[in-house]
Write a protein that binds this ligand. Structure first.
Ligand code: ADP
Length: 656
């Protein structure tokens, strides 16, 4: 059965102003055949535009039905309507509705990015531009063209998807008579080539180009006259699937690339505004990067310091851990001997090495200067365990230990106090009035808490016990555990061993075991607190930055309302509009993020250079900052994007 291309059955559309109904269309029925050229006329307010919007699938009727090629399209979803508009309809508006920031060619190509068929439309775009006589204006922007030329670009845009119907809404309303004639000649030619044309106009001479003139009054058709020969009836059954085409994803490559280009375009065309709105994100990211770099630097210098104490190190001391200096009970201090060291050494698989130490203080004299320092008697393995191998000179030999040799290795503070700039190696000093030969300088370790680790003299343990300090026991034993995982277990085993060796009860705390992980844990908890604080500052500045972005995106959506209307008219679905604005927000926050990262790195560089601080910019902080700025873009761009996507195309197109 042959059907008309367009058939309206008892269509009504009512608007409400407050609670007063305005009947824009009242029970209108109409058929239009393929190949016809229809002019819709009538006074202002007679319902022409409403009719045109319904025919052009920009709006849906309240009542009645609309059949397009035999398919009922009165109740389609927004997205299906968009698909139909993209494929079956081409629009020409009185105000041209060209996008000013795009070239003529890109304007003509615009409907193609919303097309279901992803192919290269370039040749088609050129051909359409040529057909309206503007092949040489492809690279021009709309504001470099005359009104007539702009309308010709709009016609080329309407034709690029080869639609069945061209809808022209007062196409010559803004043009002089010469341009009007040109435009009407183009439309007439298109009609001769088989395109159906539906045009709204209020000028009789323009309507004169049409084959059929429909006049409206008060929402109704009052006359319908055939002026020129009717087109032959043709077979118009086309299935709905063919009409709409397959749905496409809003995330196809061509469209995404287009959105990215436009996002960059709109950022660059409002340089100052974009920069100001990025500023929040920029400052947030820059400070995060700089502060994390500082924190990381602090952490690594702390770790350096910890290394100077020795790794996987446990120290066992006589006396209670709880009360410093004075042990609990009646002078309960466990005294360790070399036998304990041997036993501990044999504790496998926990112990890598163990070394006993005696400590005391001593007066050190060189020529006329004297200085009080810590004297530590140590064994051969101690140097390695406690990272004390001298950088200048040497550690004592096993033989020197056996012989109770009078050799000393001195810390840098002692060197400074007694020798100044002079090389101490080979010199003779007195420790508690006994002559010692300086054979090495201890590597610099800095402070551990209040204690200057460099204010120290190492002498052989035997010399210390029997010649200098007069002790026959060890003050403490350093134990190096084989691996960090075994430290806790190793501590327990050591405790059991010592209790057994010295026959101590369970609650007897006449000795104590410390490990460096306690210090490490304390230090890292400090750095963690710092990180949390930094994180809070970063989060706040990001949120503030995000609000700035949201604000500017809302402004951008409002400014571009008509552009959104146009895009929807030529087939953009809600998701396409959403994607466009989300991408714009993300490109903005990401650019802010990238500039922020560079600024942060620069600040960190300046700090480390000028203040001599240790700073390390880590990859993870860069990744963190980037993902944060993307997330902010999505989070704060979502609402404006959604607002844009939900605009009604008719109202958006009319927005002033
Ligand atoms: P024309 O295009 O012939 O000037 P329209 O189709 O635009 O007429 O309008 C028909 C009637 O519907 C007019 O009275 C107009 O005020 C009313 N109208 C159109 N659009 C709206 C709207 N969005 N809200 C309220 N009234 C509307």
């Amino acid at each position: 059965m042959s059907v008309s291309m367009i058939e309206l059955k008892n269509v009504s559309k009512t608007y409400y102003i407050g609670s007063n109904p305005v009947y824009a269309l009242k029970d209108v029925s109409l058929e239009i055949e393929q190949g016809d050229f229809v002019a819709i006329m009538g006074a202002s307010g007679s319902g022409k535009s409403t009719m045109m919007h319904i025919l052009g699938l920009l709006d849906i009727p309240d009542k009645g039905e609309y059949f397009l090629n035999g398919n009922n399209v009165s109740n389609l979803s927004d997205d299906d309507l968009a698909g139909l508009r993209n494929k079956a309809a081409g629009f020409v508006f009185q105000q041209f509705h060209l996008l000013q920031k795009m070239t003529t060619k890109d304007n003509v190509a615009l409907p193609c990015i919303y097309s279901t068929e992803q192919k290269d439309y370039s040749a088609q775009v050129d051909e359409k531009l040529k057909s309206v006589g503007l092949a040489d204006r492809a690279k021009h922007r709309p504001n470099e063209l005359s009104g007539g030329q702009q309308q010709r670009v709009a016609i080329a845009r309407a034709l690029v998807r080869e639609p069945m119907i061209i809808f022209a809404d007062e196409p010559t309303g803004n043009l002089d008579s010469k341009s009007s004639r040109e435009i009407m000649e183009i439309l007439t030619k298109l009609n001769e080539q088989g395109k159906t044309i539906i045009m709204v106009t209020h000028e009789d001479d323009i309507a004169g180009y049409a084959k059929r003139i429909i006049k409206m009054f008060d929402g109704q058709i009052i006359s319908d006259k055939r002026e020129k020969k009717a087109p032959a009836k043709s077979e118009n059954n086309v299935s709905m699937n063919n009409l709409i085409g397959q749905r496409h994803s809003a995330w196809n490559r061509a469209e995404l690339a287009g959105h990215f280009r436009q996002a960059l375009n709109s950022i660059f065309s409002n340089k100052i505004r974009s920069f100001l709105s990025m500023l929040g994100i920029l400052i947030g990211v820059a400070s995060v990067i700089a502060m994390l770099a500082l924190g990381e630097g602090a952490k690594s210098s702390m770790q350096e310091k910890l290394k100077s104490l020795g790794s996987n190190l446990i120290s066992i001391r006589g006396g209670s851990a709880k009360v410093r200096g004075a042990a609990k009970g009646m002078g309960a201090v466990t005294r360790f001997t070399f036998k304990d060291v041997e036993k501990i050494q044999a504790l496998q698989p926990y112990v890598a090495q163990a070394a006993g130490v005696v400590t005391g203080s001593g007066q050190i004299v060189y020529e006329h200067d004297n200085w009080n320092s810590t004297i530590e008697g140590a064994g051969y393995d101690y140097a390695q365990m406690r990272a004390s191998v001298p950088e200048y000179g040497r550690w004592f030999t096993r033989e020197e230990i056996q012989l109770r040799a009078k050799v000393a290795i001195i810390g840098t503070t002692v060197v400074e106090k007694l020798f100044g700039n002079k090389n101490p190696i080979g010199e003779t000093i007195k420790i508690n009035r006994i002559n010692f030969k300086v054979i090495g300088i201890l590597p610099e370790k800095g402070f551990a808490g209040p204690r200057d680790q460099d204010d120290m003299v190492n002498i052989p343990i035997t010399t210390a016990m029997y010649r200098v300090l007069g002790k026959d026991y060890l003050d403490s034993i350093y134990v190096e555990i084989t691996s960090p995982q075994l430290i806790d277990e190793g501590k327990q085993k050591l405790e059991q061993l010592i209790r057994k060796q010295h026959k101590l009860y369970k609650d007897d705390d006449s000795f104590s075991i410390h490990d460096m992980t306690e210090i490490q844990a304390m230090l890292s908890s400090t750095t963690n607190t710092m990180s949390v604080l930094l994180g809070c500052i970063a989060a706040i500045s990001m949120v503030v930055g995000g609000i700035g972005i949201m604000n500017i995106m809302l402004v951008s959506v409002t400014e571009r309302t008509r552009e959104i209307g146009l895009r929807k008219a030529i087939g953009a679905r809600n998701l396409d509009i959403m994607a466009q604005f989300l991408i714009e927000a993300v490109v903005m926050t990401m650019s802010g993020g990238v500039i922020g990262i560079l600024t942060g790195i620069a600040i960190a560089g300046i700090l480390s250079h000028a203040a001599g601080w240790n700073v390390t910019v880590t990859m993870s902080s860069i990744i963190l900052a980037t993902s944060f700025s993307i997330a902010i873009g999505i989070g704060f761009g979502f609402w404006p994007a959604k607002k844009a996507a939900q605009l009604n195309p008719v109202e958006a197109l009319r927005y002033e």
